[in-house]
Design a binder for this molecule. Structure first.
Ligand code: ADP
Length: 258
């Protein structure tokens, strides 16, 4: 229990009553657990209908395309993009509940790191107006790890770089490796983050507020999930940023196999 009490005194200064509050920490923990449980169930339940919605929308889009009805095909394509956003939000919520309850699982395989990065870049480039430039410094590596989870981290960093640089026209991704680690850095020329807030961006639900010119959508989960994944893989994640000039987010993970 956390207890706080305040005395109520009479005109002579004698204590006549104590006012108190107590905080039952166990109760709070139980509530947290229930909240996480609920988030887990809710996001799981939301996932199923959204997955069918996506399948129907895709079928409809290709039907309209085939019949030459481009006006409706365009509408369906817009709908597909929104369904993708919804899917991403739901799967981020689901990941957070998995992380918080220690149920985030990893599925490790051997894969070509460079090929994986190229795939992610191509994927993010498809929905982005910013030109994504890929530079390989010293790279030629087969690695052993969870390919999908590493893809997820790079996708998060790249989509953030694009999202938080509304006036720049390019984003750069560097990959590098030495004997023990692979390193990925994503550099943007965007809004940047003030030094005081740079550590906090990796916290759950944290979002930098107060940007007046632009409002950026999001739940504040991407960097938290990314940092948890990188930590679980035995690596490190960091940011270097100058407000108004841009940011470089980077991570490095140990190479488990040569
Ligand atoms: P979201 O983008 O959904 O808010 P994230 O966890 O990915 O969540 O990021 C947390 C916060 O960190 C963002 O709200 C934003 O304020 C800041 N941020 C992340 N990436 C960048 C970036 N490349 N440039 C500037 N700010 C960023």
């Amino acid at each position: 229990y956390l207890v706080r009490a305040m005395p109520l005194k009479d005109s002579n200064g004698n204590i006549v009553k104590w006012y108190g509050t107590n905080n039952d920490v166990h109760h709070q923990k139980e509530l947290e657990k229930q909240k996480d449980n609920f988030l887990g169930i809710a996001s799981h339940e939301l996932k199923t209908p959204v997955t069918s919605l996506k399948a129907y929308a895709q079928v409809l889009e290709s039907m309209f395309k085939r019949s030459g009805d481009f006006k409706n095909a365009d509408l369906l394509s817009k709908m597909n993009k929104q369904v993708d956003r919804l899917t991403k939000l739901i799967s981020d919520l689901l990941d957070v509940t998995k992380i918080n309850s220690g149920r985030l699982q990893f599925n490790n395989t051997e894969f070509d790191f460079n090929e994986m990065v190229e795939e992610v870049v191509e994927d993010v480039q498809r929905t982005s107006f910013r030109h994504i430039i890929k530079k390989d410094l010293h790279f030629n590596k087969m690695v052993f790890g969870d390919r999908d989870r590493i893809c997820q981290v790079i996708t998060n960093l790249l989509t953030n770089a694009v999202k938080y640089s509304p006036e720049a026209n390019q984003v750069i991704i560097y990959t590098e490796n030495d004997h023990d680690n692979v390193k990925v850095c994503v550099q943007d020329y965007g809004i940047g983050i003030s030094p005081a807030l740079q550590d906090q961006v990796f916290e759950q639900f944290y979002r930098v507020s107060g940007s007046k010119e632009h409002t950026f959508p999001g739940l504040g989960l991407g960097l938290y999930i990314s940092s948890e994944i990188v930590k679980r893989l035995g690596g490190k994640i960091w940011v270097n940023s100058v407000e108004g000039k841009g940011s470089t987010f980077g991570f490095s993970i140990p190479v488990l196999k040569d």
